[in-house]
Design a binder for this molecule. Structure first.
Ligand SMILES: C[S@@+](CC[C@H](N)C(=O)[O-])C[C@H]1O[C@@H](n2cnc3c(N)ncnc32)[C@H](O)[C@@H]1O
Length: 231
């Protein structure tokens, strides 16, 4: 099955030789499959909370596994992504190991909740996260900054009239996270101005609708500055 632009861009952002990649909230599992098929990554753990989804994916992987490199390993886990055990996985990997946790296709608020819970459950591990929230990126970026994350790469993808922010982050290396996205982020898509206008319209409406919501006003002010500076 052909990957859409968003999933394809996410797969392209995985170019370090991680020892283990987690495709969380995996649903169809297309992203993890594509990453395994590249041959760079030898082990992918697929995670989804819905048993019917993980059963179907297991059957699909068993059926199509012969398309993957011979040394590709995978397992499908039916659980809440906030409960993935990064410490235990690290113990089963080489002494110096690196994991990548991908969470894509869930709302920004749920992603904030998941990230806060995952971060409290490990210590001193070399873990990168690749995130693609559906909306509420400003709020998510603020929480990630508070959790001491740094940005390693970010991209904007526009698909079906929607904008998606793709964030590769780490607590160890990278640039300070910008709440609105870096200059490179806004340069990463030739139609970025359309996404920016949509955000400004959205935050104008929500700033009027909820006077108490200071974050909407901050976001609006910050996105207006982006417009002045980069467009
Ligand atoms: C829209 S799909 C995203 C599929 C794929 N990652 C993508 O980006 O296209 C969202 C999936 O997240 C799963 N999900 C939602 N909350 C979850 C949680 N807390 N833990 C694990 N999976 C979750 C749902 O069951 C669903 O299959």
């Amino acid at each position: 099955m052909k990957l859409n632009k968003r999933l394809l861009s996410l797969s392209e952002m995985v170019h370090e030789p991680y020892d283990l990649v987690w495709d969380c909230c995996c649903d169809h599992g297309l992203l993890g499959f594509k990453i395994l098929a590249s041959g760079l990554i030898k082990q992918v753990n697929f995670v989804d909370v819905v048993p019917d989804i993980t059963d179907k994916l297991t059957a699909k992987l068993q059926q199509h596994g012969h398309h993957l490199p011979a040394d590709a390993g995978w397992q499908v886990l039916c659980q809440d992504v906030s409960e993935i055990n990064l410490e235990k996985s690290a113990q089963q990997l080489p002494i110096v190991s690196k994991q990548l946790v991908i969470i894509s296709g869930v709302g920004g608020d749920l992603m904030i909740d998941i990230m806060k819970r995952i971060v409290t459950s490990y210590d001193d591990l070399n873990v990168d996260f690749l995130l693609c929230p559906v909306q509420h990126s400003y709020k998510l970026r603020k929480v990630l900054k508070d959790l001491q994350f740094k940005s390693k790469a970010e991209r904007l993808v526009l698909e079906n009239k929607r904008g998606y922010e793709l964030l590769l982050i780490s607590q160890i290396e990278g640039q300070p996270i910008s709440l609105v996205g870096s200059y490179e982020f806004w340069q990463s898509n030739p139609n970025a101005n359309i996404y920016l206008e949509n955000l400004i319209t959205h935050y104008q409406r929500s700033a009027i609708a909820s006077e108490a919501n200071q974050l909407s006003q901050f976001a609006l002010d910050d996105y207006r500055v982006v417009k002045q500076q980069y467009f």
